[in-house]
Write a protein that binds this ligand. Structure first.
Ligand SMILES: Cc1cc2nc3c(=O)[nH]c(=O)nc-3n(C[C@H](O)[C@H](O)[C@H](O)COP(=O)(O)OP(=O)(O)OC[C@H]3O[C@@H](n4cnc5c(N)ncnc54)[C@H](O)[C@@H]3O)c2cc1C
Length: 451
């Protein structure tokens, strides 16, 4: 197909990942339901339309976690993975964008001035520019890491590989590190998870982090917390990792999973008055403090690196541009799951972000439900924060069997602001994991006392 003629667009979107896809869909929907004139949208994508999630992130990692738990062999699992990621063919995503009326330009785009973008040597103009460029790996400043070449993998390489390393060190024990460690350990690799933090997810209640580490160990991962890495060097066909205490670890590969940062480099934000491209100032409607009308959605906005967050941002910005402008990034609670076995869920503020003057924290253990006995489940715990004045749940964190499913019930309870007194009166199917909510809500009512 020939390149579209440069033209004046209403909205230009830099990046064609999950955030951009959701934005294009939301704009098409809004203009249809509000009977607006057609909005001219151009999306620039330098790599695969659909971005990371369907091809090298969420989807392949969940497929591999599933197959590892199901004891599928490695070869069968990577064959199935290839189907799950559409053999890296993004045409389905590209067709969806154009079906919603967007013009797709397959090229890296750079902002040259307010309302002006350059891509593949051509200039485009747009009334609104939306940054949806995602995030990129944060390479930790470890001596020798740049010299490792293909012995050092990103999560993308780990999720595209055909070959399973026999011995693996994973640097970084956050969400991505924990999931990759579970995958490779379950398929039979010797996996060492190296992290500076004293336990998993140190910003969550201690019992939760400890249970996540137990889950990793049960999957066969060698969990090494509270360590510092001094140096990595090539050794034989693999890598030697030297710790600050002098200990050495030899593996075939290392995977770096030490965090990601908004991808703001090389997109020209300095041409629109952004003083520090590393820290985009983005308000709750998604607007960037910059010259012209500039917005940021998804990972690049720096408000959480999840596909559902990207989708939510897209809806908020679509509403700001062509809706009634009432939606906000933080008008609903932010949930997230880490798909260890059992899974972790975290919804809303962490304990350090809430004052004991405002909330009470109460917990319940999975062992308090009959389902724990019938299914011989491993331990699990849910901890919720309840606002003392409104008596509504404002945050919930936990780890336990099927807690990725349980998360939805808690999201609904939080977003609909139902008083915990009402929630405690609900019936819960017996014997279901959900009964743990009855326990924790009743405990919250007891702790709060009479309204
Ligand atoms: C291993 C892994 C597992 C994950 N698992 C989950 C999960 O289970 N659940 C979940 O919710 N989230 C998960 N995530 C996070 C999720 O993948 C991201 O939050 C999501 O992809 C963000 O979407 P986005 O559109 O902001 O960015 P992306 O999907 O990264 O899309 C950005 C796009 O912009 C393009 N681009 C960048 N610069 C330019 C430019 N100058 N011009 C043109 N195009 C450009 C890129 O090529 C890319 O395609 C995971 C991430 C990783 C790494």
């Amino acid at each position: 197909m020939p390149d579209p003629d440069p033209a004046d667009f209403d909205v230009a979107v830099l990046g064609g990942g999950s955030a951009a896809e959701a934005l294009v869909g939301a704009l098409a929907h809004l203009t249809a339901v509000r009977d607006l004139r057609e909005v001219r949208v151009v999306v620039f994508e330098a790599n695969r339309v659909g971005g990371e999630c369907p091809f090298v992130a969420c989807m392949p990692s969940k497929a591999m976690l599933h197959d590892a738990a199901a004891h599928t062999g490695w070869r069968d699992a990577i064959e199935r993975r290839a189907g799950v990621v559409d053999h890296l063919d993004d045409s389905r995503h590209a067709e969806q964008l154009t079906a919603h009326g967007a013009v797709l330009v397959r090229a890296a785009a750079t902002i040259t001035a307010a309302g002006r973008i350059e891509a593949a040597g051509r200039e485009y103009t747009a009334e609104h520019i939306v940054l949806a460029t995602g995030s990129q790996l944060l390479m930790p400043p470890i001596e020798g890491i740049e010299e490792l070449g293909d012995r050092c993998w990103t999560s993308e390489e780990a999720l595209l590989t055909q070959d399973r390393p026999t011995r693996l060190a994973i640097i970084g024990g956050g969400a991505i590190g924990c999931e990759l460690a579970t995958i490779f350990a379950r398929f039979g690799s010797e996996v060492h998870l190296l992290d500076v933090a004293p336990r998993a997810f140190p910003d969550l209640p201690q019992a939760i982090g400890e249970l996540v580490d137990d889950a990793l160990r049960a999957a066969g991962v060698r969990v090494c917390r509270g360590i510092e890495i001094e140096q990595v060097t090539r050794r034989g066909g693999g890598v030697r990792t030297t710790l600050a205490n002098g200990a050495g670890l030899d593996t075939d590969r290392i995977i770096v999973a030490a965090g990601r940062r908004p991808r703001t480099e090389g997109i020209g934000v300095e041409h629109i008055g952004v003083a520090d491209p590393d820290h985009l100032a983005v308000d709750d409607t998604g607007r960037v403090t910059a010259d012209g009308s500039v917005w940021a959605i998804g990972d690049v906005a720096g408000r959480g690196q999840y596909t559902h967050v990207a989708n939510h941002h897209a809806n908020v910005v679509a509403d700001a541009l062509f809706g009634d402008g009432t939606r906000r990034f933080d008008d609903v609670v932010t949930p997230a799951c880490v798909f260890t076995d059992p899974p972790l869920m975290t919804i809303g503020p962490r304990p350090a972000e809430l004052s004991d003057d405002d909330v009470i924290w109460v917990s319940a253990n999975l062992s308090e439900t009959p389902r724990w006995t019938t299914d011989a489940l491993t331990d699990g715990v849910v901890t919720v924060a309840v606002d003392r004045r409104s008596r509504t749940v404002v945050a919930a964190h936990g780890v336990g069997a099927s807690f990725d499913v349980l998360a939805s019930a808690l999201v609904t309870a939080i977003d609909s602001r139902v008083p915990v007194d009402q929630l405690a009166r609900s019936m819960w199917p017996f014997p279901s994991i959900g009964e743990i909510l009855g326990v924790v809500y009743s405990r919250a009512v007891e702790s709060l006392g009479e309204p």
